[in-house]
Design a protein. Structure first.
Ligand SMILES: Cc1cc2nc3c(=O)[nH]c(=O)nc-3n(C[C@H](O)[C@H](O)[C@H](O)COP(=O)(O)O)c2cc1C
Length: 244
């Protein structure tokens, strides 16, 4: 079984997204899966041109010659695919959105109507992987996830059962601000990582992630006050160091 996560953070290997993906994929490997993280920032992914050649002229084939053909193959060969993004302007990064737009060749052009009155394009392949989403925000609280949650609720309605896990990690910067520390926040991060590892194992062995694990993943890393104080101290230090 293959599990692949596409990391849409421009910070790539130094991202908080990576700090969340890593234990989850370790858990998947422990359960016997082949697991890989793809850093989209390191790949050559051009912008969709909107020419629709992949629908009319060369069905299923994009005109652009870059890494996307390889990445779409990897996507289709995977049983589970994770899409990871930090919250940018309340939504996903341009990097991840750009990557997702390039999946147009996998859709057929004709507009279909579903039973619930919504419209869709039939997929060009028989089997699509099941998906999971990993989102982290720089703010505390939950309101920064609302746009992505709305996006995902439409996706889930259109493809019931296709989404196996959603991770909404607020206070995302705590994942690196406290690295190497021996603090209560660091202990909660260790607990968070352990829950992610369990989620990876469960996904592979049971085909779902238990409610208990989802709840453990979403336990707070810090109080709003702790996080605000640490984040604001961090910026005071940075600005202080930058002064001559
Ligand atoms: C351009 C930009 C826009 C951002 N917009 C938001 C936002 O709307 N809400 C939020 O909570 N954090 C926002 N952030 C903060 C990131 O979500 C946060 O730093 C996150 O932990 C980065 O994760 P990463 O290391 O995986 O990239 C923004 C950061 C950048 C650079």
């Amino acid at each position: 079984m293959r599990v692949t996560v596409f990391n849409g953070s421009p910070r790539g290997r130094n991202s908080n997204s990576h700090r969340i993906i890593e234990p989850l994929l370790d858990g998947a490997r422990e359960a016997g899966a082949e697991a890989e993280e793809v850093f989209l920032i390191e790949r050559n992914i051009q912008q969709c041109r909107g020419c629709f050649h992949c629908w009319g002229v060369t069905p299923g084939q994009c005109v652009l010659d870059d890494d996307m053909a390889e990445l779409i193959n990897l996507y289709l060969e995977s049983e589970y695919v994770g899409l990871a993004t930090p919250v940018y302007g309340m939504y996903m990064t341009g990097l991840l959105k750009n990557f997702m737009d390039r999946f147009l060749p996998l859709a057929t052009p004709h507009i279909q109507r579903s039973d619930d009155g919504t419209f869709y394009h039939e997929g060009r392949v028989k089997r699509f992987p099941r998906q999971f989403f990993i989102v982290n925000s720089g703010f505390p609280g939950e309101h920064n996830f609302e746009v992505l949650q709305a996006f995902l609720s439409v996706a889930k309605r259109m493809n019931p059962g296709s989404v196996v896990l959603e991770v909404y990690r607020n206070c995302g910067e705590a994942l690196q601000m406290t690295e190497g520390e021996n603090s209560p926040v660091a202990a909660r991060i260790a607990r968070f990582r352990e829950a992610l590892r369990k989620a990876g194992r469960e996904m592979v062995t049971r085909g779902e992630v238990s409610l208990e694990t989802v709840e453990q993943i979403h336990l707070p890393l810090a109080t709003d006050e702790e996080y605000m104080a640490a984040a604001n101290r961090h910026w005071d230090d940075q600005i202080g160091q930058a002064q001559p």
